[in-house]
Design a protein around this ligand. Structure first.
Ligand code: AR6
Length: 169
């Protein structure tokens, strides 16, 4: 089972799939979404996103990776944190689950996730990280050949992932 934690910019990683923390309109934005659009080529990626139309929270939509060193971008939409009683955890779990199912369906192997919903959308990282790790472990039990990377923008976030990964599953 391979689950790795890396610190840095998600757009620089060579993997099959880069996951984008998008919005329901797939309209581009700030944070990791903005970085992915810039690095992939904004015009191409916007055109591909517009053709898809949108993505409900908790689901995934696929575009080419264009100029990213990857085969595809999986756009998923995390929940906006509203205090925790609005189904946020289940929706976040659904993001990870749908992306990992899509990876298997597409017969690809390696995937890098940002900390979905942990920026502008306000999901507390200490609650989000165990969900991400549990879903990665679940997928790897089913398909031990997969490679899952969690890409963190800062070392505090990376530490949370390392802690969660050192705890028994
Ligand atoms: N590489 C890796 N991680 C990054 C990068 C990067 N280049 N840039 C930011 N992060 P956010 P969300 C981290 O806000 O909370 C957008 O406008 C960041 O530090 O990008 O799901 C969309 O269009 C944080 O830990 O995503 C939506 O409207 C994590 O990525 C909305 O923001 C996620 O932060 C989605 O908000």
């Amino acid at each position: 089972m391979t689950i790795d934690v890396v610190e840095g910019d998600i757009t620089s990683l060579q993997v099959d799939v880069v996951v984008n923390a998008a919005n329901t309109r797939l309209a581009g934005g700030g944070g990791v979404d903005g970085a992915i659009h810039r690095a992939a080529g904004s015009a191409d990626l916007q055109r591909a996103c517009r053709a898809i139309g949108g993505c409900p929270t908790g689901e995934v939509r696929v575009t080419p990776a264009f100029r990213l060193p990857a085969r595809a971008i999986y756009h998923t939409v995390g929940p906006v944190w509203q205090g925790g009683a609005a189904g946020e955890e289940a929706l976040l779990r659904s993001c990870y689950r749908h992306c990992l199912q899509q990876l298997i369906e597409d017969q690809l192997q390696s995937i890098v996730f940002p900390a979905i919903s942990c920026g502008v959308y306000g999901f507390p990282p200490q609650l989000a990280v165990p969900v991400a790790v549990a879903e990665a472990r679940r997928a790897l039990r089913q398909r031990p050949d997969l490679g899952v990377i969690f890409c963190c923008f800062d070392s505090a976030m990376a530490d949370l992932y390392r802690q969660a990964l050192s705890a028994p599953s």
